[in-house]
Design a protein around this ligand. Structure first.
Ligand code: LLP
Length: 424
């Protein structure tokens, strides 16, 4: 393994055969805090953010962290302190932003199924914008705003019918997806929005999918959105901000997405060429800000050799790391101590009672029971999608900053899980 190819490098690196995150040895963290354990590098997150900030230097632009990727308060706090806004998809996420020190005025609210109660809470808090995903939602938001004597700032999420060439479950900008308003109907929807007294049109919005590893789908979507802005503005409706969503991929297993600054240099050149370079820009990256900054440490319980397969049974499972089971996603699994000893091929699986509970298939590992392994690129869509299936408590989380480890979430107990339940 070339050290600079390790997803998470340079904040994750082997020194003297031992895996370190920033200045701390992961084996020490596993011993102190137990496993399964999520460990995040603060510098890794800020480094990922800085690529966007470099790209937007001198521009009117704001990064809204798509917090569904990892909504732990300690993670949100890092981005709030770094002057990010937040892209939310529920009232629960809004409450987390406020609890982490973020401000409602820096929040945009996406999602196809906002409830009236959620709209009310967001209007009362004074969020920056609702990204509206259907014509029916425009009418309901208008009613809710009028009932509160408020005007809701809106942008309409356009579905540009562009193929992001990613896993079907995380493609969102194709005609058959439930997201956004078809670009053929967009002008009509804007005319309707502009006629409603409880709404103020402020922008336009587009998000085509996740784990996108080439620039072309972004360029196609950008051109389609700009064509629409020209049509909408010709109809007398000014569009103040352009929101291009998130979606930039990360390296899981030799993936080579463009760097955020390189992608945006290309997109900004196209915006400039079309005369939109001085508009207020917004983006909603999630995975690319946190994915490679995190690992999940897990201890080997048993090795179970078999006729067809050898199994390496670890103490993390599909409830902690749902991406392989849900999307057949690949996460690298590496030892905390490198050695030259011979490897064997294993399916790395969890203790949950499902055959879908696998974390990695056909992995060559030199491993013994009670060793600890690191599942890489686990900063995004792991803890935030974790569940209590099999009454398993969700892992603890540690945020590393240089040589300091801050526990940002304690391990969930059985009592935590049973709180709120009662016998008949
Ligand atoms: N904006 C909107 C409206 C979104 O729906 C999403 C992600 C984002 C921004 C952030 O996208 P990102 O930059 O993280 O790609 N659980 C899946 C990914 C689901 C993405 C959902 N929407 C996974 O683990 O791959």
């Amino acid at each position: 393994m070339n050290p600079s190819d390790l997803p998470g490098a340079p904040f994750l690196a082997y020194r003297d055969q031992q895996l370190f995150i920033e200045q701390l040895r992961l084996q020490d963290l596993a011993q102190q805090h137990g496993t399964p354990l999520f460990v995040y590098s603060k510098a890794g997150m800020l480094h990922a953010l800085s690529a966007y900030q470099r790209a937007f230097a001198g521009r009117k632009a704001k990064v809204h962290y798509a917090m569904k990727a990892n909504s732990s308060l300690g993670v949100l706090q890092v981005f709030a302190k770094a002057a990010c806004g937040f892209d939310i998809v529920s009232a629960g996420e809004l409450a987390r932003v406020l609890a982490a020190g973020g401000q409602a005025k820096d929040v945009i609210f996406s999602g196809v199924g906002k409830t009236r109660a959620e709209m009310q809470l967001a209007l009362q808090a004074g969020i920056a914008c609702f990204n509206v995903e259907s014509e029916a939602e425009l009418d309901v938001l208008n009613e809710v705003a009028l009932s509160l004597g408020k005007v809701a700032p809106v942008s309409i999420r356009v579905n540009p019918n562009v193929d992001p060439k990613t896993h079907p479950y995380i493609s969102t900008g194709l005609k058959g997806n439930k997201f956004g308003i078809a670009h053929e109907r967009t002008l009509q929807a804007y005319r309707h929005a502009a006629s409603l007294p409880g709404l103020k049109v402020t922008g336009i919005d587009c998000h085509i999918g996740s784990q996108i590893t080439t620039s072309e789908p972004y360029l196609d979507a950008l051109d389609k959105v700009l064509d629409l802005v020209e049509q909408i503005e010709s109809a007398g409706i000014p569009i103040h901000h352009l929101d291009f969503g998130g979606g930039l991929g990360i390296n899981y297993n030799g993936d080579t997405p463009p760097a955020a600054d390189a992608l945006w240099a290309t997109l900004l050149a196209r915006l400039d060429a079309r005369g939109f370079g001085d508009r207020q820009l917004m983006i909603e990256p999630g995975r690319s800000l946190v994915g490679n900054a995190g690992v999940c440490l897990s201890q080997v319980q048993f090795l179970k050799p078999g006729e067809q397969k050898n199994f390496c049974i670890i103490d993390a499972a599909m409830n902690d790391l749902p991406r392989p089971a849900m999307y057949e996603a690949y996460h690298q699994i590496v030892p905390l101590t490198l050695s030259d000893a011979a490897t064997q091929v294993y399916d790395v699986v969890g203790p949950v009672c499902e055959s879908g509970d696998w974390i990695g298939r056909d992995r060559a590992l030199n491993v013994q029971a009670s060793d600890t392994l690191a599942v890489l690129s686990a900063g995004a869509y792991c803890m935030s999608m974790a569940s209590n299936y099999n009454t398993r408590g969700r892992p603890a989380e540690v945020l590393v900053d240089g040589n300091k480890a801050h526990v940002i979430r304690t391990r969930e107990t059985v009592a935590d899980q049973m709180r709120g339940e009662c016998l008949v």
